[in-house]
Design a protein around this ligand. Structure first.
Ligand SMILES: NC(=O)c1ccc[n+]([C@@H]2O[C@H](COP(=O)([O-])OP(=O)(O)OC[C@H]3O[C@@H](n4cnc5c(N)ncnc54)[C@H](OP(=O)(O)O)[C@@H]3O)[C@@H](O)[C@H]2O)c1
Length: 328
């Protein structure tokens, strides 16, 4: 890809997160929003006008056929991620797909096979991986600043007021806490400690929709443990606590989009403020641009293998708690 040319983006699905992503995309000098697609023409037109997109389509397929689009951002419900990502790559588009990249490992493998076969870039949009505070604490930990990690306590929970037919509570759309928000604490522990040797998990389910609404998980390693939680039923302080043999790190709330962290050593606390650019999506957008300009089909920071490991961990959790989707 020409290093001077603007990278032309298409957005698939004009919902909640697509709006936030589009506002951050506008902050990137060498990015251009070229086309948006919704199932509704009215919604697509409204979105295109709001974020200054040249084209608006009332079908996702029409956007895939637009030769001007280099890369598509897929922001639809989980159940459609694999199908749409594969379709986009088959049409020559690079892809940044919202988390979770797929419902399960089987679907993820099909995505990566397509990426290799078509030589198109694919990345799961795990924006937290590119958060400046997370980048900083990963380096501190790798440099041994807090010794050997022994314990991580991290959760993602809030009280939802979503109706029963909303995406997050709809089992037909891949709802439940595990794939929607549990993926974040699982990601943090995986990033810092790797694939767990053993996983123990328990869920509480919604009476009507049968999605999990609370899930507690222990990740067990030979010399470390992590306790993680995801829930739609109550609030938490959303601080991630990482505890090592010679210090602790707290990622400030809400930790998945932290604007800083605290390093605690010998009872001394040092606070570091590291703000995100925009809401925080700009960092993953820049990584996509770097990869496209280097003709890479995956990112070193959040590679295909990383996504595969994470979705396999979530498959394991879902199997233990008995959460299966109708599509499986
Ligand atoms: N990175 C983050 O911080 C973050 C935060 C929230 C969500 N997410 C992820 O982003 C994805 C979308 O979440 P969201 O909160 O933006 O959801 P949302 O507000 O419900 O939007 C999803 C969009 O997908 C499209 N869609 C296609 N098929 C659909 C169907 N059968 N039912 C409902 N919508 C359908 C719709 O767009 P059209 O009507 O325009 O076609 C809809 O607006 C999810 O995978 C979620 O995990 C990420």
């Amino acid at each position: 890809m020409n290093s001077l040319k603007k990278i032309k983006w298409g957005i698939i699905g004009c919902g909640n997160i697509a709006n936030k992503f589009a506002s951050d995309l506008a902050l990137i000098d060498d990015a251009e929003l070229t086309a948006v697609a919704s199932r509704s023409m009215e919604k697509a037109n409204e979105f295109a006008q709001k974020y200054n997109s040249e084209k608006a389509y009332n079908s996702y397929d029409a956007l895939f056929l637009d030769a001007n689009v280099d890369i598509v951002y897929i922001a639809t419900p989980h159940i459609s991620h694999a199908e749409l990502s594969i379709k986009a790559m088959e049409h020559g588009k690079h892809v940044l797909c919202e988390k979770p990249l797929a419902l399960n490992k089987k679907e993820a493998v099909a995505i990566f096979e397509t990426s290799k076969r078509t030589n198109r870039f694919f990345m799961e949009a795990l924006w937290t991986r590119f958060n400046p505070s997370l980048i900083a604490i990963k380096k501190l930990i790798d440099d041994g600043e807090i010794g050997e990690i022994k314990f991580i306590n991290v959760d993602f929970s809030f009280k939802t007021d979503k109706s029963l037919d909303s995406r997050v509570l709809n089992i037909d759309l891949g709802g439940g806490t595990i794939l929607d928000i549990g993926i974040y604490p699982a990601f943090l522990v995986y990033l810092l400690l790797g694939v767990p040797k053993e996983i123990l998990a328990k869920s509480i389910f919604h009476d009507t929709t049968k999605c999990d609404i609370q899930t507690s998980i222990i990740f067990h390693y030979d010399t470390a443990q992590a306790i993680i939680y995801s829930g739609f039923v109550s609030k938490s302080d959303l601080v991630a606590r990482i505890s090592g043999t010679s210090g602790q790190i707290h990622l400030h709330k809400p930790w998945f989009v932290a604007q800083g962290y605290t390093l605690i050593k010998n009872d001394n606390e040092q606070v570091f403020n590291l703000s995100t650019t925009g809401i925080g999506f700009s960092h993953e957008i820049i990584e996509c641009h770097n990869c496209l300009r280097a003709n890479e089909i995956e990112s070193d920071y959040w590679s295909h293998q990383h996504s595969l490991d994470l979705i396999s961990i979530l498959d394991n959790v879902r199997e233990q708690v008995g959460l299966k989707y109708p599509q499986e």
